[in-house]
Design a protein around this ligand. Sequence first.
Ligand code: AP5
Length: 214
Amino acid sequence: MNVSILLGPPGAGKGTVSNVFVAKGYSHISTGELLRGQIQLKTPLGLEAKASLDAGKFVSDTIVINMIRDLFEHAKQGDRFLLDGFPRNLEQAKELDAILKDSNATLDTVTLLDCPAEVIVERLSGRRTCSECGTVYHLSYNPSAKGLLCEADDAPLTQRADDLPETVTKRLDIYVSQTAPLIDYYQSQDLVRHVDASLSINEVRDAVLQTLEG
Ligand code: AP5
């Protein structure tokens, strides 16, 4: 089994570039998407996680670590996973090391999407998501051809509760204090590939592809 990690602040474009990895055979695992799925289904886990997500805070390490452990327990040899949104702090990174060791899996690369805070605020304030299929748009940079309806299924586009300006600021602060230290953690293992994520969507996707093929 092989694993890559997508690291970067909220709104840097992790979900947007994930299809580059998918085209290379990786399964895209976004802990944020998994949690939003549980919330939509109103499962006990979803009900527990909702307040944290809406407020822009992390859910407990135990919840996300169990989700990732479960994924690896059901994986097959030869599977490739792109982890988006996990790990998010040093405790989760160390737990991932243990999971990889137990599963005989290799961590290939950590792709870091570098993006300044002012760009992020603009991206998140303009993000709209299909209420049915979850396709992500941006009002200016990646608009739906059908206005405020999804191109794929005509469902209305909605704004995530955690994309309100005051919540975005809190998420960015938490990224700096809890997630950014992972850059040094993985840099010391020579795994980090930097990508300038402030460029256009196509330019960022091309740059990510180069890091995978280079
Ligand atoms: P999660 O869903 O992972 O949110 P995030 O990391 O904050 O990232 P986002 O999904 O907001 O942004 P993105 O980088 O994917 O950007 P996108 O491609 O959409 O997590 C949500 C919550 O779940 C967390 O706050 C926490 O509560 C919980 N959680 C998740 N994992 C956890 C963990 N491990 N531990 C604890 N809690 C956890 O792009 C953003 C917008 O910009 C879009 O509109 C897009 O169209 C546009 N865009 C993208 N790229 C470009 C570009 N290059 N140019 C112009 N526009 C662009």
